[in-house]
Design a protein around this ligand. Structure first.
Ligand code: NAD
Length: 354
């Protein structure tokens, strides 16, 4: 297959980790007979320095013409003084909006080799944990009307959802559940919020189209608790922007290491935006010590969700697992007795095991 992939390394450690993910994807292409064409563009601070804005129209157009977009991370102290409307993070928000990606996927798995980094008790994580959290990304209280009283002593943020917004997110969740363990948990606060009642009704209606999927409904407060008490009960979780923001970070803490976690943002086409969940780590940039595995695993999600290359995606995940089995660790996940490696070497090791 031939595919066009736009890469957006971004700032600080961004270029270091993207280089490793590209290296691994190139190895996949070579091994499986594909042609991936990489088109590197600037985003965030790098784009502000070059063009004065965090995302140019040309870059957005290139992203929308590509099969998939792989991003590093943006922002950092160099641009802290930039006016709010042109800050690096604005480039990322504009990119998500411009690419119309409304579903954020956060897989949460515990690599058995890194179980020691999980803050949960060993008996709680004895059963395998493989959760896919789907967070709605473009609606909810973050995009509702805001109000602040003239005397600044009172404020309101409006939570808003339409059935269309819920349905298109839930559909991706059901489709994903069909390819996984056919279990879907819809998280809301339907005992209190009208938006949540709409959410639940919409999911209930859609569930008729997916009779094979076992659907459960959970209030968000209980979901936050269950993620810690018995995370193995979950397969696919779908939820709104606000609840998803909180639950997906809770799931990242369960997995233990920021540097290991990939993410994907999808819309109604197969074109997606893939990025590690961490930031630009200015404190370790330029020293070749960042963990590239979250970005490399984001590359696996890209192959799976945008290019439909499941076998190749699994090859990347297996290569990462093999490297961990052999005891190689970047500084952030290193422990006594393991072999410490840098960012480039970690990329080389994973590529060599494809
Ligand atoms: P961060 O995720 O960049 O770093 C938090 C800590 O984790 C740091 O100690 C860092 O060294 C470490 N870390 C992060 N990724 C790592 C990796 N791959 N390997 C090893 N260690 C890693 O969060 P922060 O310090 O709060 O933010 C720094 C900048 O990144 C800020 O400008 C912030 O706005 C931006 N940011 C961007 C994104 C994004 O691009 N999607 C996300 C979060 C934060």
């Amino acid at each position: 297959m031939q595919a066009n992939i736009v890469t957006l390394p971004g700032d600080y450690i961004g270029p270091e980790i993207i280089a490793q993910a590209v290296k691994v994807l190139e190895k996949v292409a070579e091994k499986y007979g594909h042609t991936f064409r990489f088109d590197e563009r600037r985003l965030g601070g790098a784009s502000i320095d070059a063009f004065g804005v965090p995302l140019t129209d040309e870059t957005l157009a290139a992203c929308n013409a590509a099969d998939a977009v792989l991003m590093g991370s943006v922002g950092g102290p160099k641009w802290d003084g930039v006016e709010p409307a042109r800050r690096p993070e604005k480039g990322l928000l504009a990119l998500r909006k411009g690419m119309q990606v409304f579903a954020n996927l956060r897989p949460c798995t515990i690599h058995p080799q890194l179980a020691g980094a999980c803050p949960l008790r060993p008996d709680i994580i004895a059963e395998p944990i493989d959760i896919m959290i789907l967070r709605e990304l473009t609606g909810d209280i973050y995009f509702g009307k805001r109000w602040r009283s003239e005397d600044r002593s009172a404020a309101t943020d409006e939570m808003a959802y339409s059935a269309m917004e819920v349905e298109r997110l839930a559909r991706i969740g059901f489709e994903m559940a069909m390819k996984r363990n056919k279990k879907l948990c819809s998280v809301d606060k339907a005992n209190v919020l009208e938006c949540s009642r709409l959410w639940r009704e919409t999911v209930q209606k859609l569930s008729a189209e997916y009779p094979e999927v076992e659907v459960t409904y959970m209030y968000v407060d209980n979901a936050a608790m269950q993620l810690i008490l018995r995370p193995s009960q979950f397969d696919v979780m779908i939820t709104g922007n606000l609840f998803g923001d909180i639950l997906s970070d809770e799931s990242a803490a369960i997995a233990g290491s920021l540097g290991m976690m990939p993410s994907a943002s999808l819309g109604s086409t197969t074109r997606g935006l893939y990025e590690p969940i961490h930031g630009s780590a200015p404190d370790i940039a330029g020293r070749d010590i960042a963990n590239p595995l979250g970005t490399i695993l984001s590359g696996a999600l890209l192959l799976r969700h945008s290019l439909g290359l499941e076998q190749e995606a699994k090859a990347i995940e297996a290569a990462v697992s093999a490297v961990l089995d052999e005891g190689y660790r970047t500084g952030d996940i290193w422990s006594e007795g393991m072999t410490k490696v840098g960012c480039t070497q970690m990329g080389d090791l994973v590529a060599a095991r494809i």
